[in-house]
Design a protein around this ligand. Structure first.
Ligand code: NAD
Ligand code: LMR
Length: 331
């Protein structure tokens, strides 16, 4: 029988980087209230910030204390990555610069990439053996690739990049179009990179258990749905004036909860190091159709791909190869 890898300890140690920032201001409250690790699981929170924002993180810690969460065992604040990741069972790597109007996520690679060499190496030295790392900071896939590479002794599968926000956006758009409940949408995947090339794929779509691809107008799917989902981050920046925060935190909660507690057979999108599935270069952190079972992810394998799917997937492989070449120069 496959070994399980679930959380079942008296207190789980959780590190959140960028703890003084916008996403963390929503994420920390969801973790502390039990939305990720379950209603009976106590948590120790470790807030990691850069020196100039430690004071902000201290204010956040004060507000967490004022929220009197029964499951919140302790909160610590630090600007030292090794201290911040000491004994961590789960880490949300949020701390990084967000893009502004007119920038692409990969423009952030040089500015943010170095954060992840340092943090990957600190995780390697300090985290617990069962560490689960979710990289949120952009460009998320390549930052996860960098952190995994810097953490030489931690299996690469323990580093994920967040594409759950793309998945949730796609599910929400489809539910609205089909007049369905979002909870009835399944068989959805967003292949590839958390970038404009991402491929939200409805080839295997089910609604309330029934195959539903034929219910979606093809022109709407190709010309409106795919670009809308892929460019939703930029749309939020343009309308809200800053990058998505509460929806990103919510997606991070969904991702880590499903990693720990499973998906009950439902598909989700997880970006993690390819082991060659669907011809994707080994090591590239790629969004795949995935289910969570017994505390582990399993890529849904054996799907037949059309030419259309293959070309969209290949565009993401190409983009991630280019980002990986830049990332490799940081080592
Ligand atoms: P923000 O600017 O509000 O907060 C970022 C925080 O990170 C700041 O407080 C900053 O001081 C801190 N930080 C910077 N370098 C750090 C380091 N080395 N260690 C610890 N903390 C550090 O930004 P935000 O809105 O919270 O967004 C954070 C990141 O998440 C951005 O890169 C953004 O693009 C990305 N993001 C990703 C997704 C996704 O779907 N993957 C969605 C939304 C946002
Ligand atoms: C998002 O998808 O909302 C984030 O990655 C922020 C961005 O830069 O688009």
């Amino acid at each position: 029988m496959e070994a399980t890898d679930t959380v079942s300890r008296s207190v789980v140690n959780v590190t959140v980087t960028g703890a003084g920032g916008n996403i963390a201001y929503s994420l920390l409250w969801r973790i502390a209230s039990g939305d990720v690790f379950g209603p009976g699981q106590k948590v120790n929170l470790s807030l990691l910030e850069i020196p100039s924002a430690v004071r902000v993180a201290e204010g956040v810690a004060m507000e967490l204390a004022d929220s009197a969460f029964p499951l919140l065992n302790s909160v610590t604040v630090t600007d030292d990555p090794r201290r911040g990741f000491d004994g961590a069972n789960a880490a949300f790597l949020v701390g990084a610069k967000p893009r502004g109007k007119g920038e692409s996520r990969k423009d952030l690679l040089t500015a943010n990439g170095r954060i992840f060499t340092e943090q990957g190496s600190a995780l390697n030295d300090a985290a617990a053996d069962d560490i689960r790392v979710l990289v949120v900071g952009n460009p998320a896939n390549t930052n996860a690739y960098i952190a995994a590479k810097a953490a030489r002794d931690i299996p690469a599968e323990r580093f994920n990049a967040m594409m759950r926000l793309d998945h949730n956006r796609a599910a929400s758009q489809l539910a609205a179009k089909l007049g369905a409940a979002v909870g009835d949408i399944d068989g959805l995947v967003v292949w590839g990179n958390h970038s404009d090339t991402q491929f939200p794929d409805i080839e295997y779509l089910r609604v309330a258990g029934e195959q539903a691809t034929g219910r979606v107008d093809r022109a709407w799917y190709v010309d409106e749905f795919i670009p809308r989902v892929a460019q939703r981050g930029a749309e939020i920046i343009s309308v809200r004036g800053s990058s998505s925060a509460a929806s990103a935190a919510s997606a991070a909660v969904d991702h880590m909860r499903d990693w720990v507690q499973g998906t009950g057979g439902r598909w989700t999108t997880v970006a993690r190091a390819s082991t060659g599935e669907y011809g994707v270069d080994e090591g590239l952190v790629f969004g795949f159709p995935t289910v969570g079972i017994n505390g582990r992810w399993a890529v849904v394998e054996g799907l037949d791909l059309t030419e259309f799917q293959r070309s969209r997937i290949n565009a993401n492989v190409e983009a991630l190869r280019e980002e990986a070449a830049v990332a490799d120069s940081l080592f």
